[in-house]
Design a binder for this molecule. Structure first.
Ligand SMILES: Nc1nc2c(c(=O)[nH]1)N[C@H]1C(S)=C(S)[C@@H](COP(=O)(O)O)O[C@H]1N2
Ligand SMILES: [Mo]
Length: 551
């Protein structure tokens, strides 16, 4: 009769079996180049699932792109490891000669039960992979089969070693059978742990290697070859930046490295230029498929556009201003013979199958910019911002318009619902007029004297006409009634760009003050004081900040 395995060997067996599965996921992502690992695929399924409770999603849209991803990855890893540990324990427990009655009968099926649980893992991992960015069905199937198969083998082998059923070494020296078993198990466990660690390490390194700059460099030289001449927005923009020397104020043009990032991709797609194309399909007369070169050959224009996220809260930082260079979307739609009617929308689909959509008619409005952008601030689009091409439409939030890693434009009926719409966000997302205070920082303590109050204001496609500041003394929590005063504005280059504003505050009186700001757009409408949450169609309300003047 075999002895039951000690409980800690049981847990360790399960831990190593699930660790093996994770390692195979990482390794296969590495050799595939561009495909996700099992962990990221599970994470993607979690983010994209319409089954995820609404509250959780509301919380995550604010955090997607930042802190929530490591948390999600950790959650997936811990879940897989815990399931493995439990399974190891259960399998050993059932195998113990002490089990009686029902459990004794069940013990005959213990390997079958372990196999079933691991199969469920394999199937869900395979499905998640095949639904993920850059993973073919073959890659998904092979990864799932290997991960589940080896995980099962490791589990059974380690448990058999721990129970002394498997005796790989016939030792010449007579030992206690128990210490023999322990040695066998430990050798097996150590070998598994080493192989898994080395495997996932190699996998990770290969992933990094595959994400090389190569394609971006090729794009850069193609642009240089086909469309070397830029117009002078950059020069004009620089001339317009009256207030860039105010410390703490948003720069007129947001540098790429500081530009906010929002997307649902756990691993940003790294697109190979040779295999990339832009398809135009749906309600069109002639379907198109453009290579990167053909896209550039259509002719590039440069536009200054402020992009903002619907999730941006009042005073938040999910907004940026950049010079985008690309092909006018109108040109592409005309060439394809798109159906332009109130009943059609332009759907941008990305490599990672994300979609955004907006009415086709917007493309034909004279004040609006709509581009298939290939450059951001004079460089090929950085990978994180959608290399090699993305949509940029002025005046509507990113979630309906700004598809990164663009690979397909589909003219679709209005009834089609892009990514965020079934998740509770509005079908149309015009950008609300907004202004924010960058300086002084909240709760600053200022000496009496003159201080800059400054920030940015935006109403892309409508423009900013006026920005007003209100400086109210706070006494026992009550704001004094004071008039609104007009701020100075940076030069008005285009209605699609934000404007910096500045007010020189001569602060003589000491005490606590509340500073508020409100903007008036090009149509003469002033920003509403009514506060609403970002969901479902963007936050409204005035930005405010409190500071103290004291000697
Ligand atoms: N492929 C893809 N494109 C996307 C998204 C996404 O999740 N996937 N998010 C959109 C949202 S919500 C915004 S606000 C902008 C942000 O663009 P940025 O990350 O370059 O600032 O991209 C849009 N394009
Ligand atoms: Mo967004």
């Amino acid at each position: 009769m075999n002895k039951p395995a000690p409980w800690y060997f049981a847990l360790l067996s399960g831990f190593l079996a699930s660790g093996t599965a994770i390692a195979i996921g990482e390794f296969s992502a590495g050799i595939a180049g561009g495909a996700p690992s099992i962990i990221t695929a599970y994470g993607n399924s979690f983010i994209n699932s319409t089954l995820v409770p609404n509250r959780l999603r509301d919380w995550s849209i604010d955090n997607i792109g930042t802190a929530q991803k490591p948390l999600l990855v950790a959650g997936v890893v811990i879940t897989i490891l815990l399931v493995g540990i439990l399974l190891g324990w259960l399998t050993c427990w059932l195998g113990s000669p002490k089990r009686k009655g029902f459990f004794k009968r069940l013990s005959r099926f213990r390997l079958f039960i372990a196999g079933a649980v691991i199969s469920i893992f394999g199937v869900t991992a395979g499905l998640s992979l095949s639904n993920s960015v850059g993973s073919s069905n073959v890659h998904a199937a092979l990864t799932a089969i290997f991960a589940a198969g080896l995980s099962y083998l490791v589990l059974v082998a380690l448990i058999y070693l721990a129970e002394g059923r498997l005796k790989p070494f016939d030792s010449r020296i007579t030992r206690q059978p128990e210490s023999e078993t322990r040695r066998n198990f430990l050798v097996g466990a150590l070998a598994t742990a080493l192989t898994a660690t080395v495997g996932s390490f190699i996998g990770k390194r290969l992933v990094d290697f595959n994400r090389s700059q190569q394609s971006i460099d090729i794009a850069s030289s193609l642009i240089q070859e086909i469309a070397p001449n830029r117009n002078s927005i950059k020069g004009n923009a620089m001339a317009a930046t009256n207030f860039d020397d105010i410390t703490g104020l948003s720069k007129y043009i947001t540098p790429n490295k500081n530009f906010y990032l929002i997307d649902t991709a756990l691993v940003k797609p790294s697109v190979k230029l040779e295999s990339w194309s832009l398809k135009v399909k749906g309600l069109v007369k002639n379907e198109l498929e453009l290579s990167y070169r053909e896209l550039l050959e259509m002719g590039l224009v440069e536009e200054l556009v402020t992009l903002s996220c619907v999730s941006n809260s009042i005073g938040g930082s999910l907004v940026g201003n950049a010079i985008w260079r690309g092909v006018p979307l109108k040109k592409i739609l005309d060439e394809a013979g798109a159906t332009i009617s109130p009943d059609t929308q332009v759907v941008g689909r990305s490599i990672d199958r994300w979609t955004g959509g907006f009415p086709t008619q917007l493309v034909y409005q004279p004040d609006r910019v709509s581009l298939v952008a290939v450059e951001m601030n004079g460089e090929p689009l950085p990978r994180d911002h959608g290399f090699p091409a993305r949509l940029v439409i002025s005046g509507i939030y990113g979630y309906v318009s700004a598809t990164k890693w663009l690979t397909e434009i589909e003219i679709a009926p209005m009834s089609f619902e892009p990514y965020w719409i079934p998740r509770g966000w509005s079908k149309e997302g015009p950008v609300k007029t907004q202004s924010k205070i960058d300086v002084p920082r909240a709760f600053s303590k200022l000496p009496p004297g003159t201080h800059a109050i400054a920030g940015v204001a935006w109403a892309p496609s409508r423009g900013i006409q006026k920005v007003e500041v209100n400086i109210a003394k706070v006494t026992k929590g009550v704001l004094a009634e004071t008039p609104w005063m007009e701020a100075e504005l940076s030069h008005d280059l285009t209605d699609n760009s934000w404007r910096q504003w500045h007010f020189a505050w001569n602060a003589q009186e000491v005490g606590q003050f509340e500073l508020r700001v409100r903007a008036t757009d090009g149509t003469g409408e002033t920003q509403t004081p009514i506060v609403t949450a970002p969901k479902p169609n963007g936050a409204s309300g005035w930005d405010r900040t409190r500071v103290t003047v004291r000697a």
